[in-house]
Design a protein. Structure first.
Ligand SMILES: *Cc1c(COP(=O)(O)O)cnc(C)c1O
Ligand SMILES: *[C@@H]1O[C@H](CO)[C@@H](O)[C@H](O)[C@H]1NC(C)=O
Length: 548
C-alpha cells in the first residue's frame, strides 16, 4: 500500500520534473529555436521505456519499404516481390558454360553501362588497349585451378566482364548484389545452415576471420559492457589470421594445447573459458595437419555457456562436405551443431575460383549486424560498408558465382573423390618409407610428414628435396613438412615418393649435411626460446624482402 503521504510526494516530484523540463524547453528555444526543442524532446523520449523498440520498428519499416522500391526499379513486379524467392543452392549438376554465358549476356543487357558517362563514382575507366593488357596479365598470373581448362576459361571470362564494377555500393550494380547473396546462400546450404544463415563475401580467409572477430568483440561491447579485457579461446593450431585479428582489434587469444592426435584438448579448452570470453574458436580442418578439431564438444560448451563459436572452415569448408558424402569418416563440423554461430570458408582454395574470394557466415542476421560499419556524418554522403574493404572488385564476385554454378554438387564431389584417392596413395607411400610418418589422422586432402626415426633430421630431408626441384613447406612444434593435395599431384605422385625415399635414405646414412637454405634459418629460429626475438627477425625479413 502506498500511503497518501507518498502519493503527495510523487505528485510533487512529477511537478518538479515537468517544471524543469518546461524551463529547459523554453531556454533551449530561446538559444537554438525549434531544432533545439526537437533535440531536447528526443533526449527526454529516449529515457522512456519502449522508445528504443519503437525506433527499431520504425527504422525496419522504412528500410524495408526503401529496399522494396529499389528492387521494383530493378525490374521485378510487385507480385514477384511479395513472394520469398526460393533459396539458391548449389545446382545438383553443374550448369553448362553455354547456359551460363547466355545468363551473362542477359545480365549485361540490363546493367548500367559504366562507359556511357552516366555515373560519377565507383568506377575508373581507361582505354580498351590498356584494359586488354591488364586482362592478359591477370590471365598469365592466375593459377590453374586444376579442375579443367574450360572451367578456368569461364571463370576468367566472368572475371573480365565484371572487373571494373564495384560492389561498394550495392545499389549501383544489382547483378553484383545478386551474385553475392546467391554465393552466400549456396555456401550456407553447403555447410548445412538453414534459411536464417546470412553472410558476406570477402577478399579471403583473413578478411572473413577479421570480420568474425570484430563482430564478436562489438557484440560483447553491446551485450556485456562489463567485459573490459575481451578474450577468445583457441587451439594453438588456429590460423594466424586470428592472431592478426586479435592484434588489430585489441583482444587476447587464450591458447589451448593439442593432444597426440593434433586436435585440441577439450578439458583444457573448457578450463580456458572465463567470464571474459567473447568467442570460442576452432578449425575444420586446421591447416597444419589437416585434422578437424573436436567441434561437437566445443559446440556443446558454446551452447552451455551461450558464448558464440566460430568454426574456421577456410581450408575445409569446400572439401569436407564432399569427403563426408563420399563416405569417409568426418566429424560433425558445421551449422548442424547448435553451438556453431559462424563459419568462414574460402572460395579461392577448394572452391576453385580465382584469388580474392571467401565467405563469412553467421547463424542469423542479428549477429551479422555487429559486422556492419556505418558512418552517417560524412559530407560525402551516408556511408555504410559490410566488411574491411571499401571498393570491392566485381570481377572476383562474378568469377566466384560462375565457378560454383559451373561445378555444381556433382563437380565438387568428383574433384573430392579423385583428390582423396591421390592423398591416400601419397600417405600410404610415405608411411612405407623407413624414417617417415604422417602426423595424426588427416580428414581430407592434406597431410604433414614427420620423422618416425628420432635420429632423422627432417629439415635436411627438406633441403635435399629442394635440390631435386620440389618446394617444401616447413612446419614447427613438431618439425614437419606440409602437403596440400591438388589434381596435378597425381601425375607426379610416384616421383615424389621415390624422391622422398631417396632423400630420407641419404640423410639417415649421413651422406648429406644440412644445406645452407631456408631450413637452416628455420632450424636456427626454432632453437630460440624468446619468441619476441623470432618476431623481430620476421619483421626484419619482410622489411628487407619488400624492397625493390
Ligand atoms: C588459408 C587459411 C586461412 C586464411 O585464408 P587467406 O585466404 O590466406 O587469408 C585461414 N584459416 C585456414 C584454416 C586456412 O587454411
Ligand atoms: C586494449 O585493451 C586493454 C584491455 O585488455 C585496454 O586496457 C587498452 O586500453 C585497450 N587499448 C586500446 C587502444 O583500446
Amino acid at each position: 500500500m502506498i500511503s497518501v503521504d507518498a502519493m503527495e510526494w510523487f505528485a510533487l516530484i512529477e511537478h518538479v520534473i515537468l517544471t524543469v523540463f518546461m524551463i529547459s524547453l523554453v531556454s533551449v528555444f530561446v538559444s537554438e529555436g525549434w531544432p533545439g526543442i526537437a533535440r531536447i524532446t528526443l533526449i527526454f523520449l529516449k529515457t522512456l521505456p519502449g522508445f528504443q523498440h519503437t525506433v527499431d520498428m520504425f527504422v525496419k519499416r522504412e528500410v524495408n519499404d526503401f529496399v522494396k522500391q529499389l528492387r521494383e526499379e530493378g525490374g521485378k513486379s510487385k507480385k514477384e516481390l511479395e513472394k520469398t524467392p526460393p533459396r539458391v543452392t548449389l545446382p545438383e549438376k553443374g550448369i553448362s558454360a553455354d547456359i551460363l554465358r547466355e545468363e551473362m549476356t542477359k545480365i549485361n543487357k540490363n546493367k548500367i553501362k559504366t562507359d556511357a558517362g552516366k555515373i560519377f563514382a565507383l568506377v575508373y575507366t581507361m582505354d580498351d588497349d590498356n584494359f586488354k593488357l591488364q586482362k592478359d596479365a591477370y590471365d598469365m598470373f592466375t593459377q590453374k585451378s586444376g579442375v579443367s581448362v574450360k572451367h578456368d576459361a569461364l571463370v576468367k571470362e566472368f572475371h573480365h566482364a565484371f572487373m571494373h564494377e564495384n560492389a561498394l555500393n550495392p545499389m549501383m550494380f544489382p547483378s553484383l548484389r545478386r551474385f553475392e547473396t546467391e554465393i552466400v546462400s549456396m555456401c550456407a546450404d553447403m555447410l548445412n545452415g538453414d534459411e536464417k544463415v546470412v553472410g558476406s563475401l570477402t577478399s579471403g580467409g583473413t578478411e572473413s576471420i577479421l570480420m568474425a572477430v570484430k563482430t564478436y568483440r562489438d557484440r560483447a561491447r553491446k551485450l556485456y559492457p562489463d567485459i573490459v579485457h575481451p578474450e577468445m579461446v583457441a587451439p594453438i593450431t588456429i590460423h594466424p589470421a586470428f592472431e592478426k585479428a586479435a592484434h588489430y582489434f585489441n583482444l587476447t587469444i587464450v591458447h589451448v594445447p593439442i593432444d597426440d592426435d593434433f586436435r585440441v584438448n577439450v578439458d583444457k579448452y573448457k578450463q580456458a573459458v572465463t567470464k571474459n570470453t567473447v568467442a570460442l574458436l576452432a578449425s575444420a580442418t586446421q591447416y597444419c595437419h589437416g585434422v578437424v578439431d573436436p567441434i561437437e564438444e566445443i559446440a556443446a560448451i558454446a551452447t552451455e555457456t551461450g558464448i558464440p563459436f566460430h568454426v574456421d572452415a577456410c581450408f575445409g569448408g569446400f572439401m569436407l562436405p564432399w569427403v563426408e558424402k563420399l563416405g569417409y569418416p568426418v566429424p560433425k563440423f558445421d551449422f548442424r551443431l547448435d553451438g556453431v554461430t559462424s563459419m568462414s570458408a574460402d572460395l579461392h582454395k577448394y572452391g576453385y575460383t580465382s584469388k580474392g574470394s571467401s565467405v563469412v557466415l553467421y547463424r542469423n542476421a542479428e549477429i551479422r549486424k555487429y559486422q556492419i560499419f556505418a558512418y552517417g556524418g560524412w559530407p560525402g554522403g551516408l556511408f555504410g560498408s559490410p566488411s574491411m574493404a571499401g571498393t570491392r572488385p566485381g570481377g572476383n564476385i562474378a568469377a566466384s558465382w560462375v565457378a560454383l554454378r559451373h561445378l555444381g554438387k556433382d563437380g565438387y564431389l568428383k574433384m573430392a573423390k579423385s583428390l582423396m584417392k591421390i592423398t591416400k596413395k601419397l600417405t600410404d607411400g610415405i608411411k612405407k618409407i623407413p624414417g617417415l610418418k604422417i602426423l595424426g589422422d588427416p580428414s581430407m586432402t592434406c597431410f604433414a610428414i614427420a620423422a618416425s626415426d628420432p635420429s632423422l633430421d627432417l629439415l635436411a630431408v627438406a633441403d635435399v628435396m629442394e635440390t631435386k626441384g620440389w618446394k617444401m613447406e616447413r612446419q614447427q612444434f613438431p618439425t614437419s613438412i606440409h602437403c596440400t593435395i591438388l589434381p596435378q599431384h597425381l601425375s607426379i605422385a610416384d616421383q615424389l615418393l621415390a624422391d622422398f625415399a631417396d632423400a630420407t635414405k641419404k640423410v639417415l646414412n649421413g651422406e648429406v649435411k644440412s644445406l645452407p637454405s631456408a631450413s637452416s634459418m628455420y632450424g636456427m629460429l626454432a632453437k630460440i626460446p624468446d619468441k619476441a626475438i623470432v618476431n623481430d627477425v620476421i619483421v626484419e625479413f619482410f622489411s628487407e624482402i619488400y624492397k625493390q
